[in-house]
Design a binder for this molecule. Structure first.
Ligand code: NPG
Length: 375
């Protein structure tokens, strides 16, 4: 295990706080329907100051094996004690936590909190630390499955009018060609991509090939996450570029997927790969192979969004991300709201992740608090 550097800091306390934010409209996907965001917010207290992070684990283990209650338990039982044990710095958090298998979203939250504390103490922004080259990023919007195509088009109309630079439609068998064709008819060549969350099989190749004529930017995770070979097979059968999300759990897997011909685009989510530092390594693999990348979203509050904006400002993020304004998700965000300006959101430039929860919002939205200290 790598040695901690002179910059190592002692984590005195880990606060695990659950917050509940109703969504402005239900978000329906092939995985289920979300009505609210039940998020785990991590705050660490160190000798050098505090650090904040949002754990992206969703309410149910439907996207991946992780869920918010499980992430909290993993931190309480195993990951938290490892972090509290002795001083640590951001570059060694992942190695410290590696003896616990899995739980990338829980690990990512702890690493981000350490990064935030470290960067605040040295007045450095996360964007600078990660290698950002932009001060604002182009935004896309993800649109859930609707009750009817007419309702879907109405919802999208609001987003296109608001200035989003690309739209992502959630699809599943029976809700694919029809909404895509209707979108093209109504919105012309507005950049469009679709996300299946693994709902198809290779036997659906003909149905997926029917999307070829619509000039989509990409189809995200059409098949099962553990089947790179099937994605490589599908890539030979359809023209729409294949993007992987759930399948990409590390930089090593990203390299393998690209080399296997399983994808030509990658959606990078820090929580899915265990943190922002590994997310940068996935980004580097994409650049090395000339593979397009974009930053995914998991209905984060402003806290998680701030950090995602820093990541999306790296040069290899060549497509708009699932990075939307606070108002697309919540009537009241946990932080000062992110507001879309000309289809872009600003990359936070203040130290650390560049934002902290608003005290009143934090108080009003909290449903429970648990504090871990060194035994
Ligand atoms: O804008 O944050 C956003 C939502 C983007 O569609 C989105 N996320 O499958 O990528 C996904 C999906 C998701 C949301 C997955 C929540 C898991 C939890």
């Amino acid at each position: 295990m790598p040695n901690v550097t002179d910059d190592a800091m002692r984590v005195r306390e880990i606060e695990l706080r659950r917050v509940r934010l109703p969504l402005v409209r239900p978000f329906r996907t092939a995985l289920g329907t979300d009505h609210e965001r039940d998020a785990l917010i991590v705050r660490i207290a160190t000798d050098d100051g505090e650090g904040w992070a949002e754990c992206v684990a969703p309410r149910e283990p439907a996207y991946s094996p992780e869920w918010v209650g499980g992430a909290q338990a993993a931190i309480r039982e195993f990951l938290g004690p490892l972090l509290l044990e002795r001083p640590v710095d951001s570059g060694t958090v992942a190695a410290r936590l590696a003896r616990v298998k899995g739980h990338p979203m829980a690990k990512a939250a702890l690493e981000t909190a350490v990064l935030d504390a470290e960067l605040r103490a040295t007045a450095t922004s996360l964007a600078h630390r990660l290698g950002a080259v932009r001060t604002s990023v182009e935004c896309g919007v993800a649109v859930g499955i609707a009750d009817s195509v007419a309702e879907l088009l109405d919802e999208i109309d609001g987003y296109v009018t608001a200035g989003y630079r690309r739209v992502k439609l959630k699809i599943r068998p029976g809700w694919d060609v029809e909404p895509v064709a209707a979108f093209r008819k109504r919105f012309g060549d507005v950049p469009l991509q679709v996300d299946a969350n693994g709902a198809y099989t290779l036997a659906d190749a003909t149905a997926l090939g029917a999307l070829d004529e619509f000039g989509l930017l990409l189809i995200e995770q059409p098949l099962a996450e553990d089947d790179l070979a099937a994605h490589a097979g599908l890539a030979r059968l359809i023209e729409t570029p294949i993007c992987l999300d759930e399948s990409i759990t590390s930089a090593r897997v990203a390299r393998r997927a690209i080399e296997a011909g399983a994808c030509s685009v990658i959606c990078i989510k820090p929580g899915r790969v265990g943190g922002y530092l590994e997310a940068v390594r996935v980004h580097d693999v994409c650049r090395e192979h000339d593979v397009a990348a974009w930053c995914g979203g998991m209905l984060e509050t402003g806290l998680g969004r701030a950090a995602n904006l820093a990541l999306a400002a790296l040069p290899g993020f060549t497509l708009p991300g699932d990075l939307s304004a606070s108002a697309r998700y919540f009537t009241r965000d946990l932080t000062a709201p992110f507001v879309l300006v000309d289809g872009h959101l600003p990359v936070p430039s203040a130290p650390g992740i560049g934002i902290a929860p608003e005290p009143d919002a934090l108080r009003d939205l909290t449903t429970s608090i648990e504090v871990l200290v060194k035994p």
